[in-house]
Every structure is written in structure tokens, then in C-alpha cells.
Design a protein around this ligand. Structure first.
Ligand code: SF4
Length: 561
């Protein structure tokens, strides 16, 4: 079997520039390649070393698509398939109480979830129609807009993958590295290039990163997943990515980007930290590659739960991280830069907004990101009928229609409403997100999508007259502690777990985190919600629980809060 190649670091030394790692642990190592710890230290690392996961594409097309599910090598099935956006799907009817006790093969059925990466979030009509068609033909009409601007399909058979790739790639879409220990989708502003208050469109940098590095074997074996965000506006969750570039104006050098590293959620949530550097647009791809290189070479590969970049950043500190980036990876110093201006509240783009060219964009909300191929096909028709030829997806599980002539806007809003996409939704529909959950996810303990839909419907009735002001109230439902729907960043974050029900038996429920928020100016409440040990609810009681919480919040809210 082939072993993935790893290019030398420009100017690399045999030791990092200083080390805060205790001597005993350094000797034993945490699997950092740059320190010579190349021996795989866990089964995931072994799988990656045995064969570069990108190679599995050829086996899918040449072997598995003909031999079917039973012909798939388990190391490919539960490991390398992810590099092509494929996860095995949870078998129907297995309750969350059995997630931790069953073996992987007992939890999965013979179908896959497939993530289509949409870097930057924007889709042409031709691309939207192809996704709709694949959903209807191969995915039982399923399609979820994820909170990372992917479209996730379900019920995919391995036999259909060659044709699905042919159709996707025919319109410039891909599933390459949509999952796995590699550079995942690059988040971008859904209104890049059109927003009135955007001063510099970073789309060329996103496109260049994807062109150069996605699918490059040199960057396909990282210690863990690597999440990126590049946006002028603070309209992505930039604080919880491994790397983020956020727009900033330098007093002498002009428009560019502020670099943040080391954010991430899951069980050890950390906010990204600013390196204090200013990066011009044309240098973003090189700097991005330098940071990924550090992660590849110095990242911890011993323990999966300590492998994300955030742990390295926390151990090194930003000064050392910047020094290693400059000396070993870029071979030059970066310019110091100012902090970006941050908005007073998160930006979700729902409703009707003016573009800088005088046309409008319209942001609409499905419920908890769930749409269907049929709906997407109807959306494509409505978009075309109203003079636009593109849409975009947001990292809040919503979608936008761009380039709408002002005189066609009201008609488009009505057309979207007829297909279940609401441009003026209730705060509950607008601010509620849900992860994949028990319906399809093998790691789930709790059902989330249907519960999220039910929660939104119930709250719209129970709190019909409640005035939550402009800022709304975000609710994020997660089926387990992995926080795919960003548990810790919501006003009400819900982490799926088993809780004790009224009759003393364990039932599906949620641990509640309160008061999280991101994307806000200094002095606002940016940060993680607090997990309060006593705050738990059964899933059945969730609507009443959130209603009570909201009523108490409204009753005790200070003037202007
Ligand atoms: Fe699955 Fe857990 Fe992620 Fe939800 S949070 S999609 S249940 S791994």
C-alpha cells in the first residue's frame, strides 16, 4: 500500500521554536511528525498511514460500486470513505440508549450520508438543479442544509456513487474531503461580492485554496478535521473554526484580513485567537497553507480527543504559533494588524436586503435546515422566474436568493412561501438549528430534526405574542456531546443525552447550556453558554421547558437587553 507523501517545511528545523511541552511527554511524544514521532499511535492514524484516504475513490468506482456494500473493506467503509464525503448511515429503529454499547457494524445500515461541499456557500442554478435531481433520483428526496454550508443527502448507495460524482463534477461541485481528517469546506459569507457593507470580496482566495489544496495528498492526512472560514463580514461563526480570516482595514496598507486560529467546539470548546497579523487578499492562500502545515507537522496524533489544532494553539500560545508560521512555513514576517470591527449582533441575512448593485437578496428559512430535492427543484424554478440565477447557503441552515430585481422581490417572497421557505419567519424558525441526530447519525443519542420542527411549531403557538426584540433567541439542538450544531454558541444550547424521566426510567433528553453567543462586538456577550448541571429536560417536555425559560427571561429582562 502507498504511504502519503509529506513535503518538507520551508526552513524547517528539527525542533520547534521553543517548547512548552513537559520534557517527559515530549520524549514520549504526542505523535507530532515534526518531532519525529511518525509511528501511528491509534487506529485512525494507522488507517491513514496504510493508504492515503484519497485513494479510496478509485476503489469505490472500480470495485465497490460493482460489488455492493458487502464488498467494502471495513477500513475503507468506516475510515477512508469520509474523505469523499461518505458516512455510513444509522440503521433505523436503534434507540439512543444503545449507541454506546453496539459495535459500529451493528449501528449502520447499507446506505450512506453524502456531503456535497459548497465552499463559500454560493450555488449557480445549474448546480442547484443537479443537487435537486440527485436528491430525487438517489437520495429518497432528502437534503439538509448543514450549518457548514454543505448539502447533506441520505440513503445513498455505493453503487450510485460513480454517476453521482459524474453529475456533480459536471457542474463544478465535489464531495472531495467533505469529511475526514483534512481541510473541510471553507465557510464564506453567503453575500460575498454583493453585500453593501462588504469592502473586499474574499471569494478569489477561497477559490484558490480549493483549487490548490483540496484533494492535494500533501494536506490530506491531518491529525483531525480542519475547519476554515474566510469572510469580510462577521457573518460566519469565525470564532469556532481552526482558521478564520476576517475582513479588516489596515490604516497604512488598506483592505485585508485578520487571522484567527485554534477555535473549535465539541467536548473542550475553545474560541479562536487572533494572531495580530494583517494578511492581504493575495497572500491568504499561502498563509492558510502555512497554518495547515503547522497542524499537519506539529499537531497531536496520539489521542483523537486532543488532536484538533486548538490544543496546539492553547499549548504554544499565539506568539509562538506566529513565530513558527513566519520562520518555518512562510520564510518571512507578517505585518502587524488591527482588530476588526465586529457587529453588535450576529448577521443571518434573513429577509429582504439591498445589494450594492441596487438589486436585492432575499434570505429565507426552512425549518432546522431540512429541505427536499423536490423543494430545491421548485426553488430553482422560482429563482429563474424572478430574474436571478444563483442562491447561497448560510452557516445557520438558511438559504438566500441573490441578484433579485427590486420589482420582482415581493413576488419572489410569495413564491418562496408557497414552497415552504419563509423570508419573514418567527424568531423560533429563524433562530433554531438542529444537527443530523438519531434519524441518520451513528453517534446520536437523541432525535433532533423532527424534535426541532415540533419545537418551532409549538413555540410559535405558545409564545405567539412574545416580544423578543431584534436579537431573537437562538436554540441549537444537538443529538450528542459532539456539538455539530454548535451547542455552546446558542442562547439556549441543547446537548442530547439520556435523562431520567418522570417514571424513573432513562429517556431522551437534553443538557441545557445558557447564554452563548458569537459574532459580536467587544462588550457584548461573545462566548460560550454555561452548562448548568441541574438544567436538563426530557425531549418530550422540551417545548414547555423552553416556553418557561423564555417567559422567565422576558419577565426579568433589563431595559434595552
Ligand atoms: Fe451526530 Fe452528535 Fe454531530 Fe448530532 S452532534 S450530528 S448526533 S455526532
Amino acid at each position: 500500500m502507498a504511504v502519503s507523501s509529506t513535503p518538507a517545511r520551508p526552513g524547517a528545523t528539527s525542533e520547534p521554536a521553543g517548547s512548552s511541552v513537559p520534557a517527559a511527554r515530549r520524549k514520549r511524544g504526542e505523535g507530532q511528525w515534526a518531532l519525529g514521532h511518525r509511528e501511528p499511535l491509534n487506529p485512525n492514524e494507522r488507517t491513514k498511514k496504510d493508504d492515503n484516504p484519497l485513494h479510496v475513490r478509485a476503489r469505490i468506482e472500480n470495485i465497490y460500486a460493482h460489488g455492493g456494500f458487502a464488498s467494502i473493506d471495513p477500513a475503507d467503509l468506516r475510515g477512508r470513505f469520509r474523505w469523499w464525503g461518505l458516512y455510513t448511515q444509522r440503521k433505523a429503529g436503534i434507540d439512543g440508549g444503545r449507541t454506546a454499547v453496539l459495535e459500529p457494524h451493528e449501528l449502520e445500515d447499507e446506505y450512506f450520508m453524502l456531503r456535497v461541499r459548497i465552499d463559500g456557500g454560493q450555488l449557480s442554478l445549474a448546480q442547484l438543479r443537479v443537487i435537486a435531481d440527485i436528491s430525487q433520483t438517489y437520495a429518497r428526496d432528502t437534503a439538509d442544509i448543514t450549518d457548514r454550508q454543505n448539502i447533506q443527502l441520505h440513503w445513498i448507495r455505493v453503487e450510485d456513487m460513480p454517476e453521482i460524482w459524474r453529475r456533480l463534477e459536471g457542474v463544478g461541485l465535489q464531495t472531495t474531503e467533505a469529511c475526514g481528517d483534512c481541510p473541510r469546506i471553507v465557510l464564506g459569507s453567503p453575500v460575498a461580492g454583493v453585500a453593501e457593507n462588504e469592502k473586499l470580496d474574499p471569494t478569489p482566495a477561497i477559490d484558490e485554496i480549493v483549487r490548490r489544496y483540496v484533494g492535494d495528498p500533501a494536506y490530506s492526512n491531518l491529525p483531525r478535521k480542519f475547519k476554515s472560514s474566510i469572510s469580510w463580514l462577521a457573518d460566519t461563526p469565525y470564532e469556532v473554526n481552526d482558521i478564520s480570516f476576517l475582513g479588516v482595514e489596515h490604516p497604512e496598507h488598506g483592505l485585508g484580513f485578520d487571522l484567527w486560529v485554534g477555535g473549535g467546539l465539541s467536548t473542550n470548546p475553545m474560541l479562536a485567537q487572533r494572531l495580530g497579523v494583517w494578511v492581504p487578499l493575495d497572500e491568504v492562500p499561502d498563509v492558510w497553507a502555512g497554518v495547515v502545515g503547522i497542524f499537519r507537522d506539529y499537531g497531536y496524533r496520539r489521542l483523537r480527543h486532543r488532536a484538533r489544532l486548538k490544543f496546539l494553539v492553547a499549548d504554544w500560545g499565539v506568539a509562538k504559533f506566529r513565530e513558527v508560521l513566519e520562520k518555518e512555513y512562510l520564510g518571512r514576517s507578517l505585518l502587524d494588524g488591527p482588530a476588526p470591527e465586529l457587529p453588535e449582533k450576529p448577521i443571518d441575512h434573513i429577509g429582504v436586503h439591498r445589494q450594492r448593485d441596487g438589486r436585492n437578496y432575499v434570505g429565507a428559512a426552512p425549518v432546522v435546515g431540512r429541505v427536499s430535492g423536490t423543494q430545491l427543484a421548485e426553488l430553482a424554478d422560482a429563482v429563474a422566474e424572478h430574474g436571478s440565477d444563483r442562491v447561497s447557503l448560510t452557516p445557520y441552515q438558511k438559504l438566500l436568493v441573490l441578484d433579485v430585481p427590486p420589482e420582482r422581490t415581493d413576488s419572489l417572497v410569495a413564491a418562496l412561501r408557497r414552497i415552504g421557505l419563509e423570508s419573514f419567519p418567527s424568531v423560533w424558525r429563524r433562530d433554531t438549528m438542529a444537527c443530523t441526530g438519531l434519524e441518520y447519525c451513528k453517534l446520536a443519542i437523541v432525535e433532533t430534526k423532527a424534535r426541532g420542527e415540533e419545537l418551532v411549531a409549538q413555540l410559535e403557538q405558545r409564545l405567539a405574542g412574545a416580544d423578543l426584540g431584534d436579537s431573537g433567541l437562538s436554540i441549537h439542538l444537538n443529538g450528542c456531546p459532539n456539538a455539530c450544531a454548535r451547542t455552546q454558541t446558542a442562547d439556549i444550547g441543547l446537548k442530547g443525552q439520556l435523562v431520567v424521566g418522570p417514571d424513573g426510567r432513562q429517556v431522551e433528553g437534553f443538557q441545557v447550556h445558557l447564554g452563548g453567543g458569537l459574532g459580536m462586538a467587544q462588550g457584548q456577550s461573545a462566548g460560550f453558554g454555561r452548562k448548568l448541571r441541574g438544567l436538563k429536560t426530557t425531549a418530550v417536555e422540551l417545548p414547555g421547558y423552553v416556553e418557561g425559560l423564555t417567559r422567565r427571561y422576558l419577565a426579568g429582562r433589563a431595559e434595552g437587553e
